[in-house]
Design a protein around this ligand. Structure first.
Ligand code: 13P
Length: 255
């Protein structure tokens, strides 16, 4: 089963809209030197940058997809400060990250809320990138697979069978995020294989075509080895995605 790798840049709370335009343009120059039609690339800027990025991607016919980092599960209403899936779809957003560990840990997002968001994103015609991952305590206690399984069962609970066709899961061990300490390729592979099995158990027959990203200190130096693993179908990149040269090298590693 061939799955097109997806390499996504999660900019988190970095880059204003003018800087974002520059990064999009620089990245397009870097990527233009190579053929990258066998890999999909998505960029996930802060909400306030989306319109500017959409305009430059559209005007310059850049080949990357636009993504968001989060959204609300409702289509509209009295939810001060929130952004709806319909608003993102209108900006040509293709992928929305939901349940990132920073949202879970810092903003109290539960599996139930993540499930509602993932379903809302899929219903609005976009693909959710659902994030799961264990803490260092979980791993050291031998609970990593159990924690990830519980997160998947909770976070995917509201998706229909059709939604599983576009679903992406990102395995991001919390201890590897922003620490410079990535999971070993074998540990990442083992957990991504578990993710595929668990998703297939949730909806029989959907595991084989599910795309699974690894995230957590992905850099040009380790990308090749991580992306070569059979159950790793791309990367969710934080820090290194802010630098177009580094990010382009990670994209090349996925080719
Ligand atoms: P880093 O690549 O900076 O470790 O961040 C990973 C991440 O959280 C992507 O969503």
């Amino acid at each position: 089963m061939s799955r097109t790798p997806l390499v996504s840049g999660n900019w988190k709370m970095h880059l204003n809209h003018l800087e974002a335009i520059q990064v999009c343009q620089k990245l397009s120059y870097e990527l233009a030197r190579h053929r990258y039609d066998r890999v999909e690339v998505s960029l996930h800027p802060p909400f306030v940058d989306l319109r500017s990025c959409q305009t430059v991607i559209d005007a310059d016919r850049l080949e990357f997809k636009l993504g968001a980092q989060n959204c609300h599960d409702q289509s509209h209403g009295a939810f001060t400060g929130e952004v709806s899936p319909a608003m993102l779809a209108k900006l040509d957003v293709s992928y929305v990250i939901v349940g990132h560990s920073e949202r879970r840990a810092l903003f109290g997002e539960t599996d139930e809320f993540v499930a509602a968001k993932a379903a809302a994103v899929a219903k609005a015609g976009m693909a959710p990138i659902v994030c799961v991952g264990e803490t260092l305590d979980d791993r050291e206690a031998g609970r990593a697979a159990e924690v990830v399984t519980t997160q998947l069962q909770g976070s995917l609970a509201k998706l229909t069978r059709a939604h599983f066709e576009t679903l992406v899961v990102a395995y991001e061990p919390v201890w590897a995020i922003g620490t410079g300490r990535n999971a070993s390729p074998q540990d990442a592979q083992d957990m991504c294989a578990t993710v595929r099995q668990v998703v297939d158990d949730i909806r029989r027959g959907t595991g084989q075509h599910l795309r699974i990203q690894y995230g957590g200190s992905v850099k040009p130096a380790n990308a090749q080895e991580l992306l070569a693993q059979p159950d790793i179908d791309g990367a969710l990149v934080g820090g290194a995605s802010l630098d177009p040269t580094q990010f382009a090298r990670i994209v090349q590693a996925a080719l």
